[in-house]
Design a protein around this ligand. Structure first.
Ligand SMILES: NC(=O)c1ccc[n+]([C@@H]2O[C@H](COP(=O)([O-])OP(=O)(O)OC[C@H]3O[C@@H](n4cnc5c(N)ncnc54)[C@H](O)[C@@H]3O)[C@@H](O)[C@H]2O)c1
Length: 270
């Protein structure tokens, strides 16, 4: 990445026109919001998910369907993952929002190797393969770019009942740092976002599992975690999408190898 002489207020655009942005897990809560933000800022947006239909954008957002190209790939399937990385090689996106992941629960006594394999296959193996394909395409095209991996507050500490998921998100943070250092001389920035609790469809699964493991009523865990956030509520997908826009754009051109928490103050770290 080259230094510029700009020192003034003019040169920090969030405009993404002319950029191609790829979003995985694009039909979920955070993925849909982020794809919408990228498109609204002028990007061509490539979306992918195991879900066949393109993300269901809020009609009020007026997303131009021509700005979106959706392909369905199951990233837990070897062929699906290969087809996705081939698509990345073909399209060489400037920005990757590497977001697809699944949640499951269990302590070291309950969480077996089958759960380990499923969670690590999507949250780490596919995350790595998609990041690697994007980095390779950008380096061979000789241009910079921005890779944003989705971590979690769960990646910053273990949880008694969430052994494997926490470990996958810690791995995302580690791969983000290693990739960022390797790619910095090539002008490709790599950062991660660690959301706290965000109100998305994933929380239907999380809440139901906590109800089972902690003997709670449905909806109880979700309410409790929202109340425990210092800012006082569960985050919303657009609050993560705005940080993704920042990391995708020139606004953050001197930031790499970092993990930004978007959690209402839940996790404090030095
Ligand atoms: N919601 C939260 O509270 C929260 C907190 C911390 C981190 N995160 C992370 O944010 C990211 C997005 O989460 P979300 O809350 O929007 O979840 P979500 O469940 O709404 O979205 C996840 C998307 O991934 C897709 N997906 C699942 N399996 C797939 C597969 N095999 N191949 C391809 N796509 C697949 C799903 O279809 C879904 O559209 C994830 O990485 C998650 O771990 C979420």
């Amino acid at each position: 990445m080259t230094e510029t002489a700009a020192t003034t207020l003019d040169a920090a655009p969030t405009d993404l026109s002319g950029k191609t942005c790829l979003v995985t897990g694009a039909c979920g809560g955070i993925g849909t919001a982020t794809a919408a933000h990228f498109a609204a800022l002028g990007a061509r947006v490539l979306t992918t998910d195991v879900v066949a239909a393109a993300p269901a954008f809020d009609p009020a957002d007026n997303i131009d369907p021509a700005a979106i190209e959706h392909r369905a790939f199951d990233l837990l399937d070897e062929k699906g993952l290969r087809d996705c990385t081939d698509w990345i090689t073909e399209t060489a996106p400037d920005v990757l929002f590497n977001n697809a992941a699944i949640f499951d629960m269990g302590s070291v006594l309950d969480a077996d190797l089958a759960q380990f394999d499923r969670l690590f296959s999507l949250n780490v193996r596919a995350m790595y393969a998609v990041m690697r394909a994007t980095a390779t395409a950008l380096v061979s095209a000789g241009r910079g770019g921005s890779i944003i991996n989705m971590a979690s507050q769960a990646g910053h500490r273990g949880e008694a009942l969430v052994a494997h998921y926490c470990a996958t998100k810690a791995a995302v943070i580690s791969y983000t740092q290693s990739a960022a250092l390797a790619l910095a001389p090539r002008g490709v920035r790599v950062n991660a976002i660690s959301p706290g609790v965000i109100d998305t469809p994933m929380w239907e699964t999380v809440d139901a599992l906590f109800a089972k493991f902690e003997n709670k009523k449905l909806g109880q865990k979700k309410r409790e975690v929202g109340e425990a956030v210092p800012l006082g509520y569960m985050g919303r997908p657009f609050e993560v999408a705005r940080v993704a826009v920042f990391l995708a754009s020139e606004q953050s051109r001197y930031i790499t190898a970092q993990t930004l928490s978007v959690d209402g103050g839940s996790v404090l770290r030095f």
